[in-house]
Design a protein around this ligand. Structure first.
Ligand SMILES: [Zn+2]
Length: 424
């Protein structure tokens, strides 16, 4: 039998190796991307030579490089915070202080989860502020005011507390009361919560942050309705969202459940694209639904989280799991909040190395949606719409291939445009 010390030390070593591996890989990928973008900064790729000016191309390069620089700080900050919570004893200290304050039990456990969440967000706040008011502002994208930013923050925190605390409470209660198969019950609650959120988000939550008005432009409305009907869908309504209140980035999405789905266009998108281009973008979004991409992704997510929770139920019973990650478990009281937190801290270190696989699936989905759009709308319009969006969002046209493989949810611009051109 290996003893406790061996097992916990082994876990500490694995954890440290994973953390170093994560940070090193992320910084390496960022460096690759930066070098690639910098090298191609002075030449617009052939495929875009007619539609993108050198100045626009260089702006995209500079924007990408600025985001990568900030990203590097984010990587180092997250790693330091993770180390602070675990091996450097942050979670241990907070856990003990709250146990002194509340005694062992549900109040202490909820307080622990809440304070870790709040502290974590506070630490990330300066970076988020910098991103909005320095980086985005420097490139002319930021439209939000400090007042609106703080307002969003408070609303988000209130919403997080209203939804998160009851959910955490139920999970902790089940962990303590539902026996060995608690993870199955917690998974059921979590899955139901997610399904509920999907159902209520468009109608109840999104409108707390943005204004949604029915689309009034007859030309866009008629084209969109005709397309939606021809593709065999039913829309619960076409809406325009005031995305321009916060940012100049443009987008469109299609959301909802079952037969009633709503189409949401950012006002910034409608301002920039022609009617055939809007139609092509909408056809792409409909393509995601026709191929059931969202449903497949959701099922995958549910399966993975069931596995993860089953794994947690095993780890939560091992003393070395706590000791190895810097926390002394309470041998007489519940450790469920600590187990949940340690798991949430460490799981991303492992899933990071699976992310290329998921990104690959996502890029395949994008190609499928593009192919669908070429069938049901004009491929040339899709090309010109995408080019405008790349330009307006200052997306780089020359990403590093390895970086793209690892992270990108969407195919690289050139590859995407070439496929559309050959399909249409
Ligand atoms: Zn898409």
């Amino acid at each position: 039998m290996p003893n406790l010390f061996d097992l916990s030390t082994t876990l500490t070593v694995i954890f440290a190796a994973l953390l170093v591996g994560n940070v090193a890989t992320q910084l390496w990928l960022n460096a690759r991307q930066a070098r690639h973008v910098w090298t191609h900064r002075d030449t617009v790729p052939m495929a875009f030579a007619a539609s993108v000016s050198l100045a626009e191309h260089q702006k995209a390069a500079d924007y990408t490089l600025a985001k990568l620089r900030l990203g590097n700080w984010g990587i180092l900050l997250s790693a330091t915070v993770l180390l602070g919570w675990t091996l450097m004893g942050g979670l241990e200290a907070l856990n003990l202080a709250l146990r002194d304050l509340f005694g062992a039990g549900m109040t202490q456990q909820l307080a622990l989860m809440a304070s870790v969440t709040v502290l974590g967000s506070l630490i990330e706040l300066p970076l988020s502020w910098w991103r909005t008011f320095r980086l985005e502002a420097a490139f002319g994208f930021n439209k939000t005011t400090p007042k609106l930013w703080i307002n969003d923050l408070l609303k988000g925190a209130l919403l997080g507390a209203l939804l998160g605390l009851p959910l955490a409470g139920v999970a902790l209660w089940l962990m303590g009361a539902a026996g060995g198969y608690w993870w199955l019950y917690v998974w059921g609650v979590w899955a139901a919560f997610n399904a509920l959120m999907l159902a209520v988000y468009p109608k109840w939550i999104a409108p707390r942050f943005n204004k949604f008005t029915p689309l009034t432009r007859a030309d866009v409305r008629d084209t969109a309705n005709e397309l939606i009907e021809r593709c065999g869908f039913k829309a619960d309504g076409l809406f325009v969202m005031d995305g321009s209140r916060r940012s100049a980035h443009a987008n469109a999405y299609f959301t909802g459940f079952g037969k009633s789905k709503r189409v949401v266009f950012y006002d910034t998108l409608l301002d920039r694209l022609t009617v055939p281009e809007v139609k092509a973008v909408l056809a792409h979004e409909l393509g995601h639904f026709a191929h059931k991409h969202i449903r497949k992704r959701l099922i995958g997510l549910f399966a993975i989280s069931a596995g993860a929770l089953a794994l947690l139920s095993w780890f939560a019973n091992q003393i070395w799991f706590y000791v190895g990650l810097g926390v002394t478990p309470d041998l007489t009281g519940p450790n469920d909040a600590v187990a949940l937190l340690l798991f949430m801290f460490t799981l991303p270190l492992v899933t990071f190395f699976v992310s290329p696989l998921l990104a690959g699936f996502s890029r395949r989905d994008e190609f499928q949606a593009d192919a669908y759009a070429c069938q049901h709308a004009d491929g040339d319009a899709l090309q010109s719409a995408l080019t405008k969006l790349y330009k307006d969002n200052a997306s780089t046209l020359t990403p590093d291939p390895v970086y793209t493989r690892f992270y990108a949810s969407h195919p690289a611009a050139m590859e995407r445009i070439q496929r559309i051109a050959s399909a249409s």
